[in-house]
Design a protein around this ligand. Structure first.
Ligand SMILES: [Zn+2]
Length: 313
């Protein structure tokens, strides 16, 4: 797929299920399916079974030369065992990969002509494909770290900022590597120095500089880091030289507009998936929508969700 790949082309070309399957094969396995591998035993170089007139062989079936088992392009991916046509999956992929603020299950339900329940499952499977694995390389250079609170709104008249212990909001902590825009975001039910420190150590080199605001929990977090730049948000100070947390606040504003606007209410149990979704789009915001859609698909390789799609979908 190239940068000219867009929704209208999808609509034109991929209302055709064969073309949609072929595109999925190309995106996962390469233009000539040269990277195709058996999902059962891992052997490369499977061959395509040609459906013959009157035979029961479906289109898109491959056979492994090693274990002799058959498979299709959806086996071993988030699309496995779904009754939704691949062409509809492509539309959902494109919508989720390209819209800055995300797409609600209601929108998918209306745009794809599937039930609300099916749309919900599709969105969750695609979010799972967007989940990031462990970092291959820890963040370095300058890292901004902050937390925000998402979910149920404050009552009118309560102060803005960090909510009290009885709030229904859930804290989300994120780290952004300045310059590259690499980001990790996750719910943190208790924002304590210990938990923040563990998150920093898991994601950043000790040689990195840390930028935070002056929330007290960050004071001991930066111990062992090269430097700790602090902006005193409590004094309405937002920038001091190169010390600021504007990058991460930009990310949080997208996350919050998405979660509070499109998704309205995100259950705490699913919040990590929404964090993954916004982090995925943010990290890959400089590539074209088509490339991002391809990355989303390849991110689903080897992933399967434990919950099943509704049988009627
Ligand atoms: Zn095999």
């Amino acid at each position: 797929m190239d940068s000219t790949f867009n929704l209208s082309q999808l609509a034109k070309h991929f209302s055709d299920e064969d073309a949609a399957r072929t595109l999925l094969e190309e995106v996962r396995w390469g233009k000539n399916c040269e990277h195709a591998a058996c999902p059962h035993c891992g052997q490369m170089d499977p061959y395509r079974l040609q459906p013959k007139e009157g035979s029961s062989t479906r289109k898109g079936v491959w056979k492994c030369r090693g274990c002799r088992k058959q498979f299709t392009v959806t086996v071993g991916t988030v699309f496995e065992a779904s009754h939704v046509p691949i062409s509809k999956w492509w539309l959902a992929i494109h919508l989720l990969a390209s819209s800055k603020k995300g797409v609600s299950a209601h929108q998918l339900h209306r745009n794809l002509g599937v039930s609300y329940q099916t749309a919900w499952f599709m969105a969750h499977r695609l979010r799972y494909a967007m989940a990031q694995g462990p970092m291959l390389e820890l963040m370095k250079g300058v890292i901004e770290m902050d937390e925000t609170y998402v979910g149920a709104r404050h009552k009118r008249g309560t102060r803005r900022g960090r909510p009290g212990p009885d709030s229904h909001k859930t804290p989300v902590v994120a780290l952004v590597e300045r310059g590259t825009g690499r980001v990790r975001a996750f719910p943190m039910p208790r924002v304590t120095s210990e938990n923040l420190k563990a998150a920093l150590v898991a994601h950043a080199e000790p040689s990195a500089e840390l930028m935070t605001d002056d929330y007290f929990a960050y004071r001991s977090v930066a111990e062992g880091q090269k430097r700790h730049g602090v902006v005193k948000h409590s004094n309405k100070e937002y920038v001091r030289g190169t010390d600021h947390t504007n990058t991460i606040e930009g990310f949080f504003s997208l996350l919050k507009r998405g979660i509070n606007g499109v998704y309205h209410h995100v259950g705490r149990g699913h919040l990590n998936r929404y964090c993954d979704e916004f982090a995925f789009r943010y990290e890959n915001r400089k590539v074209s929508d088509g490339e991002r859609a391809g990355m989303l698909v390849r991110g689903g390789d080897g992933k399967r969700l434990t919950y099943k799609m509704p049988a009627a979908s």
